[in-house]
Design a protein around this ligand. Structure first.
Ligand code: NDP
Length: 285
């Protein structure tokens, strides 16, 4: 009986123990939020995981969570660095392969918004902010995927890109971030078309509001982040709550698990607690 058939009877989910036994996963941006929760879910499901971010203390917290979720000490590689640094991206793949032998799944989750501490919004922000958005949210994804591809091709692996509902053509205060994520969505489709010929599946997930450290990571204060969370009252969100990092992590594991989602290729799955739908209704679309 195939693994897939067996699973359809056992009704277990991808995040349950064993689904990724021995698989090798790189999760960028795993020192916080969605990436941290995703790394822990992969650990729980038996994977060997490379975790990464720029903040050593935060990354150590992720490692502790992975160990608590079932990983053994030797199942985790921890690498500190910036995804806009090409040498660091090479190190990410090389160190992962040196330790674990290959790569089965690449989760391109590291990302950042262009909130401006002076309060400038949209195209009032300097164009250098746009360059940064493209570097962090798109260029790093393309380059890391290129570097991991020789291994993913051998393992018939998967890439999951973390985008945003900001990628949809709706007006936001974050023009450069929204445009960068829209570009990432386009890259997801283009990469999917190219790489499926090599047996590698590429998909994306577009979260709506998720309770993470995103605003602080982008350089604004914790107080402002709390205010933003408060403003997103349950009345504004059809589900009645914001997303939690694990909600998005589960979607990522589903898209990474060939036995669950083999026929899904080049898709961007909106996981937004109903927010986009509500906007569509309000604007009469
Ligand atoms: P967090 O700020 O909690 O996590 C972001 C992660 O990305 C951190 O681990 C951070 O690491 C890492 N990161 C950011 N910039 C860099 C960089 N230049 N080099 C290396 N690592 C970097 O936010 P989220 O978990 O919310 O964000 C994860 C993804 O989800 C992002 O792509 C974001 O765009 C997307 N998203 C989030 C939404 C939300 O509401 N939270 C909504 C829609 C999409 P460190 O700080 O250690 O460098």
């Amino acid at each position: 009986m195939s693994r897939c058939m067996f699973r359809s009877h056992s009704a277990k989910s991808s995040s349950e123990m064993g689904f990724f036994d021995g698989k090798v996963v790189i999760v960028t941006g795993s020192s916080s939020g969605i990436g941290r929760a995703t790394a822990a879910l992969f650990s729980k499901a038996g994977a060997k995981v490379t975790i990464t971010g720029r903040k050593p203390a935060a990354l150590a917290e992720t490692k502790a969570l992975c160990l608590k979720s079932g990983a053994k000490e030797g199942d985790i590689v921890e690498l500190i660095g910036d995804v806009t640094d090409e040498i660091f991206l090479e190190k990410l793949v090389n160190e992962t392969v040196k330790k674990f032998g290959t790569v089965d799944v690449l989760v391109n989750n590291a990302g950042a918004a262009s909130f401006d501490s002076t309060g400038k919004q949209g195209i009032d922000q300097p164009v250098t902010a746009f360059d940064h958005m493209l570097n962090v949210n798109v260029r790093s994804v393309i380059r890391l995927s290129q570097l991991a591809l020789p291994y993913l091709e051998k393992t018939k692996g998967a890439i999951v890109n973390v985008s945003s509902i900001g990628a949809h053509p709706i007006h936001t205060s974050e023009a450069y971030y929204a445009a960068a994520k829209a570009c990432l969505d386009q890259m997801t489709v283009q990469m999917a078309g190219d790489l499926i010929k090599k047996g590698v599946r590429v998909n994306g997930v577009n979260p709506g509001p998720v309770k993470t450290n995103f605003v602080v990571t982008a350089g604004l204060s914790k107080e402002l982040q709390d205010q933003m969370f408060y403003a997103m009252s349950s009345d504004n969100i059809p589900l009645g709550r914001m997303g939690q990092p694990e909600d998005i992590g589960k979607v990522i594991l589903f898209l990474a698990d060939r036995s669950q989602s083999e026929v899904i290729i080049g898709q961007r799955i909106v996981a937004d607690c109903g927010v986009l739908m509500k906007n569509a209704v309000l604007s009469g679309l």
